[in-house]
Design a protein around this ligand. Sequence first.
Ligand code: URA
Length: 240
Amino acid sequence: MSMRLDRLLSELGAASRSELRQIIRRGRVSVDGAVVTEPERRVDPEGSEIRLDGELLTYRRFRYFMMDKPAGVLSVTEDRKQKTVLDLLPPELKRLGLFPVGRLDKDTSGLLILTNDGDFAHRVISPKSGVEKRYQAEVEGVPDEADVKAFAEGLTLGDGTKCLPARLEITGTNICYVTVMEGKYHQVKRMLASRGKPVVSLRRLSVGALELGEALGPGGFRELEKNDLCKVLRDFTIGK
Ligand code: URA
């Protein structure tokens, strides 16, 4: 694979593409030890040693991040009117072509993975992969053992939609925990509503064994490394 030098540097988050053309023309970039001043020069991103002002840049085609999505923000890549999760990222990360892995409703908060690896996203979302998504729900009413049993058997929603068996953990209060392996439209809200326990607020706590924790805070994010990704998909290998 080869790509234009200015595009490669832009994907590395070095600067915007127009700024990069200037940077390259000024002789600040070297490829395999030789200064290159043509932004359109094609280079091999994985096989070449690329330096900006002498500093080595490492190309990674696929990138993965986790975010503590705040309520009130859309989990889409763009919207003309409303704020999206990508609006919470700095410009150099916005250029990477990231998208959310599945969706959280606007009013749902919690763990959202962002990546530019379509195969990874597909595997995390697909019920066939068996990746569990665990949510904390505040509901009206107090879920009980009958609800736990109904979740475990696989609920049928009001419109006839059948859900896979799911886990409901009750606490004896109006807070409960729901674990599902699929992501149908408004699934957790509809499951709890079908048991007469409408959701007041919803927060995703984990995807697979990757836990959100408290460290990021609303809108906070961090890059995921291989060990994090193996918690999501046990057999994770980059780009597969
Ligand atoms: N289930 C829902 O109902 N909403 C979400 O945002 C995620 C799961």
